[in-house]
Design a protein around this ligand. Structure first.
Ligand code: SF4
Length: 455
C-alpha cells in the first residue's frame, strides 16, 4: 500500500524490511554482567534467527528494529499487547517482579505459545544494566522461565554497555551509531505526534501521519551498506518530509493546559502499560509533553563521567571513549534536529545537566541514581517551561515512584504549588478517566494563577 509519505507499507516479512543476507552477521556472544548470572549463556548464536524487540515505545522499537536490520539482522517488534500478555506474564511471576517485566515476559511467551514461532529460529532482545533497581535481574529471570518451560532453544540477546556491546560482534559500533540516530528520530516523531494530535481537526489524522512517518524513517534507518554520512543525508531528507506532513495536518487554535509527563521509562513510554494515559489527558482537554528516550541515554553518559571523576580516572582510555562517543552523539542529534528549531520552540528539550541541577536540592546525583533523579529534575524543568501540571507514571511497587511521591509535595510547595501526581499502574483496572479529570481540574486552576507563562 502506498501511503501519504510515499512509503510502501511492509507486511512484516523479512523481505519487506530489506534484509538481504545474514551471512555477514557474526555470531554474537551473550553479554556478561548483571549479567554474571550463570543463566545467561555466553555462546548465543542469533545467526538465522528472528530477533524480537518489545515495545518501549512502539515507535522507538520500530526505529531500533530498523537499526538492527541495517546490519543484516531480521528484527521485528512484538505484536500488540493484550489481556493474553498479562495472563502469560502473570502465570510465571509472583507479583514481586516489576510490571514492565510481566508485560515483556508475556509478550515474548505469547510468541512461543500462541504464534508458535520456532524456538530454534527465535531470539529475544532484553537489555540489561548494573543499575540501582530490579532491571538487572530480568535477563536471568527470562532465561530461567524459558528453560523451565522447555524453551532452551530460544536465544536471548542481552546488550550491555559494560562489555562494549560485544553481543553483536564487529558490527557493534556501526549498530550503536545507527541506534542512537534511531532514538533521536523516535523522539522527534513522538514530540510531533503529541504536539499535533490534541489540536487536530480530523480525528486520527495525526496518528496516521505518525505511522507513515515511522514507515518512512524505518525504511531509511534499515538501509544496508551505506555510510554514516549517506544515512544522515537520507535521514535529514526524510525528516523534512515528516515535518511537512505533520505541519499539513489541519489544527484548531485552543488554549489547552500543558501537562508534563515524567516517570519510569517503560511504563511512561509503553501505552499498554499506562492504559493510554496520554490519550485520556488529550480527550479531557490537555496536551502532554513527554520525556523521551534520549534523556536516559544522556543520563547514562553523564553518570559515566561522574564515575570517572569519582574514581579519578579522568585521564583514561574509557573516559576518552565515552567523551568521543558523546561528542559524536551530540553532533548527530544536532544535525537531525536542525530543521526543527522553530517547530519545537515552545517545547525545548533540556540538557541533562540542567535536569540534574534542578533535582539536586531534593535528590543529588551523587547520592541517588536512576529515573527518580530525572523525574524530579524533569518535573521542575517543565514547571520552568510553563507547564500547568506534572504527571509521573510509575509501575506499582517501583521504587522510583515511591521515592518521587514522597518528594513531590515539597517540590510542588517550592514551585508555586504546581499540581504533581503519581499515577501507578499494575495491570488492574482503575477509573483513569475520573482520576485524570480531577487532575486536569487542578491543572486548570493552577493555569489561571501561574507565574511562569509558556514560551
Ligand atoms: S525502574 Fe522500577 S519498574 Fe523499572 S525495572 Fe527498575 S524497579 Fe522495575
Amino acid at each position: 500500500m502506498q501511503t501519504k509519505l510515499g512509503v510502501k507499507r511492509g507486511n512484516g516479512k523479512v523481505s519487506d524490511y530489506g534484509v538481504k543476507s545474514l551471512n555477514d552477521v557474526r555470531t554474537p556472544a551473550a553479554a556478561p554482567g548483571a549479567n554474571t548470572s550463570p543463566l545467561v549463556k555466553p555462546d548465543i548464536d542469533i545467526k538465522g534467527r528472528v530477533l524480537w524487540l518489545c515495545r518501549m515505545p512502539y515507535g522507538g522499537s520500530r526505529m531500533l528494529a530498523a537499526a538492527f536490520r541495517s546490519i543484516g539482522l531480521d528484527t521485528r517488534v512484538t505484536p500488540d499487547e493484550d489481556a493474553r500478555t498479562l495472563e502469560l506474564g502473570g502465570k510465571f511471576t509472583s507479583g514481586d517482579e516489576c510490571y514492565p517485566q510481566r508485560i515483556v515476559l508475556g509478550d515474548y511467551l505469547k510468541l512461543i505459545e500462541d504464534e508458535k514461532v520456532d524456538p530454534k529460529k527465535t531470539a529475544f532482545l532484553l537489555p540489561t544494566a548494573n543499575g540501582p533497581c530490579r532491571f538487572g535481574q530480568y535477563v536471568a529471570l527470562l532465561r530461567r522461565i524459558l528453560d523451565d518451560q522447555g524453551h532452551e532453544d530460544v536465544a536471548i540477546l542481552s546488550l550491555t554497555s559494560a562489555d562494549g556491546y560485544s553481543g553483536i560482534g564487529e558490527q557493534a559500533r556501526e549498530l550503536i551509531r545507527t541506534s542512537w540516530r534511531a532514538v533521536v528520530v523516535q523522539d522527534i516523531l513522538l514530540k510531533l505526534l503529541l504536539m499535533t494530535r490534541p489540536y487536530e481537526v480530523n480525528p486520527s489524522e495525526t496518528d496516521r501521519v505518525y505511522l507513515e512517518s515511522l514507515d518512512l524513517m524505518g525504511e531509511i534507518i534499515a538501509r544496508q551498506s551505506i555510510t554514516h554520512k549517506e544515512r544522515m543525508a537520507d535521514l535529514r531528507a526524510g525528516l523534512v518530509r515528516v515535518k511537512e506532513a505533520f505541519l499539513s495536518v489541519p489544527t484548531k487554535k485552543e488554549d489547552r493546559p500543558l501537562i508534563g509527563v515524567v516517570g519510569e521509562i517503560f511504563c511512561r513510554l509503553n501505552t499498554f502499560a499506562n492504559n493510554e494515559l496520554i490519550r485520556h489527558v488529550e480527550a479531557q482537554g490537555g496536551e502532554c509533553w513527554l520525556a523521551g528516550v534520549s534523556e536516559w541515554l544522556w543520563y547514562t553518559n553523564q553518570e559515566a563521567f561522574r564515575r570517572y571523576r569519582e574514581e579519578q580516572r579522568r585521564v583514561s582510555k574509557d573516559w576518552l571513549k565515552t567523551f568521543i562517543t558523546a561528542r559524536i552523539q551530540h553532533a548527530d542529534e544536532k544535525a537531525l534536529l536542525e530543521g526543527f528549531h522553530e517547530v519545537f520552540a515552545r517545547h525545548p528539550e533540556p540538557h541533562v545537566t540542567e535536569v540534574l541541577e534542578y533535582s539536586r536540592p531534593y535528590l543529588p546525583q551523587e547520592g541517588a541514581l536512576g529515573e527518580m533523579v530525572l523525574s524530579t529534575g524533569g518535573a521542575i524543568y517543565l514547571y520552568h517551561q510553563g507547564a500547568d501540571g506534572i504527571i509521573d507514571i510509575s509501575p506499582f511497587t517501583c521504587m522510583n515512584g515511591i521515592v518521587t511521591e514522597a518528594i513531590y509535595p515539597r517540590v510542588s510547595k517550592d514551585h508555586d504549588g504546581i499540581p504533581i501526581r503519581v499515577f501507578y499502574f499494575d495491570g488492574t483496572h482503575s477509573d483513569l478517566d475520573r482520576d485524570v479529570g480531577i487532575f486536569l481540574e487542578l491543572a486548570k486552576t493552577y493555569k489561571r494563577r501561574k507565574k511562569i507563562p509558556r514560551p
